[in-house]
Ligand binder design. Structure first.
Ligand code: ATP
Length: 518
């Protein structure tokens, strides 16, 4: 897919009420997006699919590596936490993202986002290195310049360029060489004030991730439920990052929603739980229709790993090939072995013992019981972006077919489709609307928990089908001239356009089976 297909997806998303620019009538706000009626329902369906498959019925009842059912409990923690939480987590201190400023253009970039075109031969011959921001106009512009200077070029991260060579780097949009500063620590958290006085003592932050709320409540969850390690705590919720260059539609926003699991286990079992979650989460995205070549699992190299994951069992990303990253991929979900980093930090900063007492470990006693073992559990964290998930679903669903009355259609997986079915009378007369209204009312009463059911009587039938195709509605039931006589309707499949006849009294069960609904 090319960039122009992304423009088409964005146009459709706006036109059909999936996603709008936030504060659009005021000219918009960079990095913020609103979900329209169809988008809000799609997002809710994806969040609920996650909740069902993670919290209510983890992994469809399949056992984890220990052979026991996977245990997960939910949580819902505050967006604003005690500021010390962010000191302990490293967000306020030395682990903040390094930023690079351009002295000439005044642009600021995240250091780990910048790449450089360098000569394949390794010999610059006194010429500059050409720095660019992937997926921005600077990428092509700098590539041309680099190829002119060196012939064959390779790309390397700016982070791998030695500091003393920064003076020879041409910034992404700069005219003069050497305008980029060295990377400097900078945190992406939004600052706010608690209470009316708004002094520096009242500073607080909007959470940049939901994970820390989970670690901070780890002890309470242990003390108030009957969970035993290994178990997970899951939550969904908004996160805020003051991204330096929000871009690519909702992909990099400043306000977004996360769906995170912190799975606690004994250090000796971390490697197998890591593999289990990596594979389970990959299979989950596939089950929602991201099943083709556009989805991949990528294990991180050691030098890419975050501070908390350096010595762990590994980190991998589930990545989707978005139109704006193609032929490359963009992260959808990260699965990281965080070891005992977070609990260790909070134990230290909050001066509270967060150790878990595991009665089933330790030395075997003469009476056949165990002595027990105290430890800080290790954590495997599958952290998925809900907004990036919705975007991947929209990109995957977008299909062009010039031979159809609806040249653009959205093949959204039925489980996620915001509109589950539509009911039409073929024409708005001859008793048909009364029959279709009755069917609509019945279906709505039965399926409202799964999503929307629509009734539409206006316009030519082809136009109504086309509208539903664009909205991603998988099934349309039409009452026609034969319905009264034969007590049957037609059902049209969105993806093939094929129609078949179905007895009126079977419609509900037929739809339930297709949607996997009760
Ligand atoms: P990136 O490298 O793209 O900034 P990250 O590695 O910082 O992402 P994590 O901290 O692992 O991201 O966050 C978990 C998930 O949150 C990501 O997989 C992604 O789906 C989502 N996410 C992160 N940043 C953003 C953002 N600015 N806008 C939308 N979603 C985001």
């Amino acid at each position: 897919m090319s960039i122009s297909s992304m423009d088409k997806i964005m146009a459709l998303a706006k036109r059909r009420g999936f996603i709008y620019q936030a504060s659009e009538i005021y000219g918009g706000l960079n990095g913020f997006w609103d979900y329209g009626p169809l988008g809000a329902q799609l997002k809710k369906n994806l969040r609920e699919a996650w909740w069902q498959d993670v919290v209510l019925f983890p992994c469809g009842g399949a056992p984890g590596p220990s052979g026991e059912p996977v245990r997960i409990v939910p949580l819902d923690t505050s967006i604003i936490q005690h500021p010390r939480v962010w000191e302990a987590s490293g967000h306020l201190g030395g682990f903040s993202d390094p930023m690079v400023d351009c002295r000439e253009t005044k642009a600021r970039y995240r250091s780990d986002h910048l790449m450089v075109y360098a000569p394949a031969s390794g010999d610059r011959g006194g010429k500059p290195l050409f720095c660019f921001l992937p997926d921005s106009p600077s990428e092509q512009k700098q590539k041309k310049k680099a190829e002119k200077a060196f012939g064959e070029v390779i790309t390397i991260p700016l982070g791998s360029v030695p500091r003393e060579e920064f003076a020879s780097v041409l910034g992404p949009d700069a005219e003069k060489v050497g305008s980029l500063t060295e990377p400097r620590a900078f945190n992406l958290m939004f600052k706010t004030y608690i209470g009316a006085t708004a002094t520096e003592d009242d500073v607080a932050y909007l959470r940049p991730e939901t994970a820390q709320g989970i670690f901070v409540q780890f002890k309470n969850v242990l003390d108030t439920t009957r969970v035993k390690v290994p178990f997970g705590i899951a939550q969904t919720g908004k996160a805020f990052r003051n991204e330096v260059t929000p871009r690519n539609f909702t992909f990099r926003s400043r306000e977004f929603e996360l769906m995170e699991i912190e799975f606690f286990c004994h250090a000796s079992e971390a490697a197998e739980w890591y593999r289990f979650w990596r594979d389970t989460r990959m299979a989950w995205w596939k089950s929602l229709g991201l099943a083709g070549e556009n989805l991949q699992l990528r294990e991180h190299d050691k030098d890419e790993l975050a501070h908390y994951a350096k010595d762990g069992a590994g980190t991998s990303d589930i990545e989707y090939r978005f139109p704006f990253t193609a032929p490359g991929f963009g992260e959808l979900e990260g699965i990281a072995h965080r070891a005992a980093f977070d609990l260790t930090q909070h134990q230290k900063f909050a001066r509270t013992n967060l150790e878990y007492f595991d009665a089933e470990r330790g030395e075997l006693l003469p009476n056949g019981s165990r002595k027990g073992e105290k430890y800080l559990p290790h954590v495997i964290e599958p952290a998925a972006g809900l907004d990036r998930g919705v975007l991947a679903i929209l990109c995957e669903a977008f299909t062009e077919d010039a031979s159809r009355p609806s040249p653009e259609l959205m093949k959204i997986h039925p489980r996620l489709a915001p509109i589950k079915a539509a009911v039409f009378p073929l024409v708005n007369k001859d008793g048909m609307p009364e029959l279709s209204e009755k069917l609509y009312t019945e279906l709505r009463a039965r399926f409202y928990r799964s999503g929307l059911i629509e009734h539409d009587v206006k316009q030519a039938i082809g136009k109504r089908y086309a509208r539903m195709d664009e909205a991603g509605c998988p099934y349309c039931f039409t009452v026609d001239g034969e319905t009264r006589e034969s007590q049957s309707v037609t059902v049209r499949d969105r993806d093939t356009g094929a129609q078949e006849r179905l007895a009126l009294d079977r419609v509900g069960d037929w739809l339930a089976e297709k949607l996997g609904a009760p």
